[in-house]
Design a protein around this ligand. Structure first.
Ligand SMILES: [Zn+2]
Length: 168
């Protein structure tokens, strides 16, 4: 009982701190000078940027397998033994998330200097509008499946075509 109470209090305090920090980020955000949407630039690290998007897609796939998989496993086996596929998926998740975070912390927009693979404010000025998904989620899908994307902070358009194709 005591552990549950500590968990609940820690969760509430943690979410209040997170809320206060993100509100502070939101207030401190100064929109950088807008970029012309038509001025498409080749991306210096297009392969790494696309790889980052695929890492996120892999992490999403792992989560979609793990969550229902855990419920089915617990119901079917009474959680007696852990199937190999769950260990593999969990292992993939443990590898993929830190690698993505390292790339996302390293890659920056050449014009505004912001880390465009990390969404720090609720409504970035150049995030694609949508009700149900965040600007970051739409950016990841765009980078993975399209040839170009825009920095959600300054609007600069980047091409993520591989360098060999770009030269054609
Ligand atoms: Zn930018």
């Amino acid at each position: 009982m005591k552990t549950i109470l500590i968990t609940i209090v820690a969760t509430v305090v943690g979410s209040l701190i997170a809320h206060a920090l993100s509100a502070r980020q939101e207030r401190a955000f100064q929109p950088p000078p807008a970029r012309d949407a038509a001025a498409l630039e080749p991306c210096a690290h297009s392969v790494l940027i696309r790889a980052s998007a695929y890492l996120v897609l892999t992490a999403w796939a792992c989560i979609y397998i793990l969550v229902p998989g855990t419920v089915i496993w617990a119901l079917a086996t009474g959680a007696r033994y852990v199937p190999v596929y769950m260990l593999v998926v969990l292992g993939a998740l443990i590898v993929v998330i830190p690698v993505y975070l390292l790339l996302a912390l390293w890659l920056r927009c050449r014009h505004c200097g912001r880390r465009f693979l990390i969404q720090t404010i609720r409504r970035p000025p150049y995030g694609e509008p949508s009700r149900n998904t965040s600007a970051w989620e739409r950016l990841i899908v765009r980078i993975a499946f399209h040839d170009r994307f825009r920095c959600m902070y300054c609007g600069q358009s980047y091409s993520v075509r591989p360098p060999a194709l770009e030269a054609q």
